[in-house]
Design a protein around this ligand. Structure first.
Ligand code: FAD
Length: 457
């Protein structure tokens, strides 16, 4: 029997929205039926329309797993201007959301910088961006999830109903606690343009002081930065504006991260601000001017990832993969990290995204949070570092982060031993939720999925 929780779901307010909601109900019924009638308990992977923004891996078992078809979960059900919310299916990419909401003077509160990151993937894989210093991650702006369990039941989960733990554990779950089938998230007012100032800092101390000041004063709408080196650090702060004297785009010959060292200010049409990194954040392809001239216009993040995924046997080195990792650190340990990183890693530039600790995420252990005194954390993203010598730089970062009370997201190669992994990620909370949503473990547990199956084990 299909169990819909006692919490009444947020429903669309317009006749068009209600028609789309009914259509959504039929899609959910199809997926639930497929799960309910499935006899096998072998692992199941999702099939969605847009490319996955996980680092492609040659032996990832998701390529050979049986699939559950989520291809049609890709519609916006309603943008409700009055309630300032959007109701959407998980497969909608942010570029489609912004296309629909911006003409109404609204945008999602956190808009990840790559055009085709989907709202569902942003929750399950932890998305962030330059508004995160005020609002945390995209998940923190969501108010309701509909989740289909492995048994084909449908749960409506909110931060404060009886499924609140399921709601919180969907964030950062990498799909291991069920299928997110519908989301309701908040929108904020937006303007047509963004004005950005690139502050230049020659020392880590001055850079950190400026981040702290903006965080305390909340005097800008956007804040992120590019660390070109420990003596050349750009902090990029900005606001929505109604008019712009000129605008720039970084989707062909010009490379955004380089502009942060060269310019002192910039103007963008709002969507081109959001997707300023779409050609690769700090790891832009192709790198040469000629390459960019010839094919740069056609190679956004989606295309690069799609090619890497399709030609993974040819292009990727599973033994010594380049390092792509998001590291989250307490703000108070950032200086120590940057000094260590310069000495032991030395790959630049780094992307720096301040992130407010809006909620102590239930998927991290109590011990982790005990060691974490700060109200502000910072994501330092290392994208495309070549590994040198015999050092496993992924593992080196995993170890160093633990020393500094940091954590990394699980989007790429993960080498944690199992016991160490569960000292960071909250096994008991995962098990409690999975007992309800996936008792036969058909979506794998977090360790199996991100540390074993993704690497072919
Ligand atoms: C090179 C690179 C650059 C990146 N840059 C940025 C950036 O600029 N800003 C940023 O915020 N993030 C960035 N990320 C991280 C990105 O936000 C996350 O990887 C995010 O999860 C990608 O979302 P997606 O839509 O591509 O989802 P996918 O990659 O397809 O899925 C992510 C995870 O969520 C699970 N999942 C997907 N849909 C569902 C669903 N409906 N129900 C349950 N589980 C589901 C999948 O199984 C998977 O484990 C980057 C990642 C990479 C690899």
């Amino acid at each position: 029997m299909n169990d819909v929780s006692s919490h009444e779901p947020i429903v669309p307010s317009t006749p068009e929205g209600q028609v789309l909601q009914q259509k959504h109900g039929r899609k959910v019924a199809r997926i639930a039926e497929q799960l309910r009638t499935r006899r096998s308990t072998a692992p199941l992977s999702r099939q969605k329309r847009t490319v996955s923004h996980q680092v492609p891996k040659v032996h990832d078992k998701k390529h050979t797993d049986e699939k559950i078809d989520l291809l049609d979960l890709d519609e916006i059900i309603e943008v409700d201007v009055k309630r300032r919310i959007c109701i959407a299916e998980p497969g909608v990419p942010f570029c489609k959301i912004v296309e629909k909401t911006l003409p109404l003077g609204l945008v999602p509160i956190v808009v990840p910088e790559l055009k085709t990151i989907t709202v569902g993937g942003a929750v399950a894989g932890c998305s962030i961006e330059s508004m995160s210093f005020q609002y945390g991650g995209f998940h923190d702006t969501c108010v309701e999830y509909e989740i289909i369990t492995a048994q084909g039941d449908t749960l409506v989960c909110t931060p404060d109903n009886e499924h609140s733990l399921v709601f919180q554990m969907m964030h950062g779950s990498f799909g291991t606690v069920g299928i997110l089938s519908r989301l309701v998230f908040k929108l904020i007012e937006a303007k047509p343009y963004v004005h950005l100032r690139h502050e230049k800092h020659a020392t880590i101390d001055s850079y950190l002081a400026s981040i702290k000041r903006h965080f305390e004063l909340q005097d800008v709408a956007f804040m992120d930065g590019i660390i070109h080196s420990n003596t050349q650090l750009s902090l990029c702060v900005g606001d929505f504006v109604d008019e712009a004297p000129y605008t720039n785009r970084y989707d062909w010959l010009k490379i955004y991260y380089k502009s942060t060292a060269e310019r002192i200010e910039d103007y963008f049409e709002t969507p081109y601000y959001f997707y300023r990194y779409d050609q690769g954040v700090t790891n832009v392809h192709p790198k040469s001017f000629l390459g960019r001239l010839l094919i740069g216009k056609f190679l956004g993040s989606s295309e690069v990832l799609r090619i890497a995924e399709k030609a993974r046997w040819l292009l990727l080195d599973d033994k010594r993969p380049d390092v792509t990792v998001d590291t989250f650190l307490p703000f108070s340990r950032l200086k120590e990290f940057l000094q260590w990183y310069e000495k032991d890693c030395g790959h630049y530039p780094l992307w720096c995204v301040p992130y407010r600790r809006v909620h102590d995420y239930e998927w991290l252990t109590d011990e982790f949070w005990k060691g974490f005194g700060d109200e502000l954390m910072v994501d330092i993203a290392v994208y495309g570092m070549r590994q040198r010598g015999d050092t496993n730089y992924y593992r080196l970062l995993e170890t160093k982060l633990q020393e500094l009370n940091g954590v990394k997201t699980l989007i790429s190669y993960n080498y944690y031993p199992e016991e160490e992994f569960w000292s960071i990620f909250h096994r008991k909370n995962f098990e409690t939720v999975k007992a309800k949503t996936d008792p036969n473990n058909i979506f794998r547990n977090l360790y199996e999925k991100t540390c074993q199956a993704s690497m072919g084990r």
